[in-house]
Design a protein around this ligand. Structure first.
Ligand SMILES: *Cc1c(COP(=O)(O)O)cnc(C)c1O
Length: 384
């Protein structure tokens, strides 16, 4: 009897770990420092160079990095903070952690990103304390225009979790040319992996030192402390243990050297999808990067024109074939906690809700083979 094993499922995203990545981690394990050692600083320096930012502070996750960035910005109780309605909940939660109120900006149907106008509208006439635009799927959001719209006093924190390796009009995302801070994630589905991990880039020495302190319980070296006892680190604010380990950072440095190869491969996969799916009447293809910019293609999301029912049918049929397409994202204010805490009703962001009704992220990651992609394309064309 011939037993045919089902093919391993094709996920929407996954890490690419090679033997030199494994060697880099093993070397740390044989050394003196598992955490708070030289690999953390080396990773931060490499990432700062890569982003063309003055400072990088690495965190235990992208979520912790967002929390740190909102804290460093001085976000607190009563403040209004706007983010995109179509994002992972963490983009909004970081404001809520600090007692501020997250507000949800509608997306542009053309770019699937929040716009300067929608960010201002989200504040509903109240003064904005901070804006957290998201480079959705890896397409640079219009940070320069957002800065112009909100003015110099609103802190702009780019949620760049999808956009490591993206280029915005010649400058790497993370350079903070028009923002105060940019936040990255190194979760395995993201551009580079450290297991869990995140980082904030900034050109402000003051923000960088607030980020470092927040990462370690709010402690600062006691050299300048009131007590004058050189062995002390004094706690000046209420921080957390949000540190990342040396094992993770060794992996991060090794992965970062491959970032261009990874992002180029993602762009090649996106180009193949565009060509193969161009004839589909059922699917709207994602916005491409404008001239002078580079998409990072964390996601290759399409929108089913048939809406929620057709998307569910396609999602289910693909799954039955071991193709694990995924939905990114439910509008943040539809989450019961956000809905119940802030009382935002359905219909609040019509374009975000329209997008959500049809969106589906197809498998897109560096190790996806052409044969696997062909299988995905054939299934999508047949089933959409
Ligand atoms: C992944 C992600 C985060 C959170 O990062 P973690 O490292 O998983 O905590 C935040 N924002 C967006 C848009 C993300 O995709």
């Amino acid at each position: 009897m011939v037993v045919s094993l089902p093919r391993v499922a094709i996920p929407y995203g996954r890490q690419t770990i090679e033997s030199d990545d494994i060697d880099a981690v093993a070397e740390v394990l044989r050394g003196d420092w598992l955490t708070q050692g030289p690999s953390v600083a080396a990773f931060e320096k490499a990432l700062a160079g890569r982003c063309r930012a003055e400072h990088v502070v690495a965190f235990s996750s992208g979520t912790a990095a967002l929390h740190g960035a909102a804290f460093a910005a001085g976000v607190g109780p009563g403040d209004v903070v706007a983010t995109s309605a179509i994002t992972f909940a963490a983009s909004a939660n970081c404001a809520a952690y600090l007692g501020a109120r997250p507000t949800y900006a509608d997306i542009s149907p053309e770019t699937w990103n929040a716009t300067p106008e929608s960010i201002l509208a989200a504040a509903g006439g109240e003064p904005l304390r901070a804006a957290i635009p998201v480079h959705f799927a890896g397409l640079p959001a219009p940070i320069a225009a957002i800065r112009e719209a909100v003015g110099p006093d609103v802190t702009i924190i780019e949620d760049a979790a999808h956009a490591l390796g993206a280029i915005d009009q010649g400058m790497p995302v993370g350079s903070c040319e028009h923002s105060d801070m940019a936040v990255f994630s190194f979760h395995p589905v993201k551009a580079i992996a450290t297991g869990e991990g995140g980082a904030v880039s900034t050109n402000s020495a003051d923000l960088a030192s607030r980020l470092r302190s927040f990462r370690t319980h709010g402690m600062v070296p006691a050299g300048d402390g009131e007590l004058g006892e050189p062995w002390l680190a004094e706690q000046h604010t209420l921080g957390f243990n949000y540190r990342i380990s040396d094992m993770q950072c060794a992996l991060g440095t090794s992965q970062l050297a491959k970032l261009d190869r990874f992002v180029e491969r993602r762009n090649a996969i996106a180009a193949r999808y565009r060509e193969a799916l161009a004839g589909s009447d059922a699917l709207e293809l994602p916005p491409a990067a404008p001239e002078g910019s580079r998409h990072a293609y964390h996601l290759f999301a399409v929108r089913h024109r048939g809406g929620a029912e057709e998307r569910l049918r396609l999602w289910t049929a693909l799954r039955a074939r071991g193709i694990y397409a995924q939905v990114h994202y439910v509008p943040v204010y539809w989450h019961p906690w956000h809905r119940d805490t802030y009382g935002v009703q359905r219909g609040h962001c019509p374009d975000a809700e329209d997008y959500y009704a049809g969106c589906l992220s197809l498998p897109c990651f560096p190790r996806l083979t052409d044969a696997e992609q062909d299988e995905v394309v054939a299934a999508v064309l047949e089933l959409a």
